[in-house]
Design a binder for this molecule. Structure first.
Ligand SMILES: *Cc1c(COP(=O)(O)O)cnc(C)c1O
Length: 217
């Protein structure tokens, strides 16, 4: 199957309110260009350096999403152009993004990553930490970032009930934060190639799909 037909097949199954992030990490620019020519404009990468190299080479109407874990000292490299940072998991990182956004005279959109899996290797805030962050004075002072929503990754398992439980948990955190009216959340980024349909059933509005579009890595 070609990249174009993979994309078309997936797009056809997505409800209108769900945004597709084409996860292109490790793939060459020629593969991304095939997706671009098929109409895809949102790409997700998990390494800042790789994303920046691709941004330099590719058309400027692409929206670049950072979906990986972000180290503070590298934020400056993507601050001029990044469209959405999915994996923000601390106040310290938000402060650095805010600082670099200010330098670039921009407001950078972010998602806060929530820990929903039962895996030590995954990052993210729990509900209490999320509440503390959003209600802190330090957070209020950040004028050059905007929190658009939440992001989560389910446990890597075949157990659909487990995954469903984790997605439902993220949705319930989203709903309870919405009620606090501190930030106007719009986006729930959850779901990858193997579980995006389930994620959408559980309330996802943004899916991050790599291997089903570009093939295995
Ligand atoms: C790689 C990656 C994806 C895409 O995974 P696939 O299984 O290839 O669809 C989604 N989200 C994150 C955070 C990733 O690192």
């Amino acid at each position: 199957m070609s990249i174009q037909s993979n994309l078309n097949t997936i797009q056809a199954t997505l409800p209108e309110h769900v945004t597709l992030v084409a996860v292109s990490k490790t793939k060459p620019v020629s593969d991304l260009m095939q997706a671009y020519e098929a109409g895809q404009r949102i790409f997700g990468e998990n390494k800042i350096q790789e994303m920046t190299e691709k941004w330099e080479q590719m058309p400027k109407d692409i929206q670049w999403h950072m979906i990986g874990h972000v180290q503070s000292n590298k934020v400056k490299f993507m601050a001029p152009y990044v469209s959405l940072i999915h994996g923000v998991d601390s106040l310290k990182l938000l402060q650095e993004i805010n600082k670099q956004a200010l330098k670039n005279k921009r407001v950078i959109d972010c998602l806060l990553q929530i820990y929903i899996a039962e895996e030590e290797s995954k990052f993210g805030l729990d509900e209490k930490e999320l509440n503390e962050l959003l209600t802190s004075l330090e957070f209020k002072e950040l004028k050059n970032i905007r929190i658009l929503g939440l992001m989560g990754m389910a446990t890597f398992t075949e157990d659909q009930n487990q995954i469903k439980k984790e997605f439902t948990h993220l949705k319930s955190i989203f709903d309870s934060i919405q009620k606090l009216q501190i930030v106007d959340l719009k986006t729930i980024s959850m779901g990858m190639s193997g579980d995006y349909q389930l994620a959408i059933e559980c309330g996802s509005t943004m899916v991050r799909i790599g291997s089903s579009i570009f093939g295995g890595r």
